[in-house]
Design a protein around this ligand. Structure first.
Ligand SMILES: NC(=O)c1ccc[n+]([C@@H]2O[C@H](COP(=O)([O-])OP(=O)(O)OC[C@H]3O[C@@H](n4cnc5c(N)ncnc54)[C@H](O)[C@@H]3O)[C@@H](O)[C@H]2O)c1
Length: 258
């Protein structure tokens, strides 16, 4: 129970990795605020959290809308009294070759993956500072922020920016007792990964469900599961991880050696 009675906010929690993170932090004893763009999906996640015996609050909140995120924080604090941890999980990928990628797609990925994430970090940190309690923030980057993947130049760059932003925030907010880390998943079994396989098979042919089966860590004969990423996130949110600061921890089954 690393997070017993802590209040943790997870963005993009309506499916995929965010849902696994919500389940893992609940498993670690936290009360979980789950937010996403659609209420039905966060309500489903909330049911899974409740099934593990923890309190939860499902909210609609777009990370591109600072006012909506600010109001979501107020609702979380009204419900649970404070905010101890924040997970920036909401993210998007728009596949295209570097030669063909539009400025709109480039900008959209940076807006959600980097700028939206930064604004959420600011809002969460301000709440933690106002409480005087400190806290922890985990940013979901990607091993794509460390290595290059084809047809994902903007996504790769946006995640590299998250890794460096994490270092800066860790430095600046240490004095407020806020610990900021990133995790770098590899291919995780989520709708996003299937979407990547669908884009590729539209170009090269084949069945996306078959292709996605090949997108697993070389050292493991299976995909990384969202809850496995979530358990690492839960540890980084806990007081046990206070000594780990400003890092970008690979959660990719050993694929990335640095
Ligand atoms: N799946 C992978 O292989 C993988 C690997 C490395 C990193 N990641 C990262 O993990 C995170 C989660 O990915 P996933 O695979 O679960 O993706 P997903 O597409 O399955 O889920 C992403 C969730 O984020 C939400 N979201 C998108 N834009 C939002 C916005 N503006 N405001 C609020 N919510 C928004 C979506 O509605 C969705 O529920 C992302 O940041 C992604 O870049 C994924």
């Amino acid at each position: 129970m690393l997070l017993k009675d802590k209040v943790i906010f997870v963005t993009g929690a309506g499916q995929g990795m965010g849902r696994g993170i919500a389940q893992a932090v609940a498993e670690a004893g936290a009360q979980v605020v789950v937010s996403d763009l659609r209420l039905e999906t966060v309500q489903e996640t909330a049911q899974l959290v409740e099934a593990s015996g923890q309190h939860t609050l499902p909210l609609i909140a777009d990370v591109l809308d600072a006012q909506e995120m600010s109001s979501a924080i107020q609702q979380a604090v009204a419900a649970f009294g404070r905010l101890d941890g924040w997970v920036n999980n909401a993210g998007v990928v728009k596949m295209d070759s570097a030669l063909d990628m539009s400025e709109e797609d480039w900008a959209f990925q940076f807006e959600v993956n980097t700028q939206g994430l930064f604004v959420c970090c600011q809002l969460a940190a301000k709440q933690m500072i106002a409480q005087g309690t400190g806290g922890a923030i985990v940013n979901i980057a990607s091993n794509a922020g460390k290595v290059g993947y084809r047809n994902m130049a903007a996504y790769n760059a946006s995640k590299a920016a998250v890794i460096n932003l994490t270092r800066s925030l860790s430095l600046e907010w240490a004095e407020h007792n806020i610990n900021v880390n990133a995790v770098c998943p590899g291919g995780v079994d989520t709708p996003m990964l299937l979407g990547v396989a669908e884009w590729l098979t539209r170009r090269i042919g084949g069945d996306p469900h078959e292709l996605v089966k090949t997108m697993k860590p070389h050292q493991m004969n299976r995909h990384v599961q969202p809850i496995e990423v979530g358990r690492v996130v839960a540890f980084l949110l806990s007081e046990q991880a206070t000594i780990i600061r400003g890092q970008a921890i690979n959660v990719d089954g050993g694929d990335t050696p640095y």
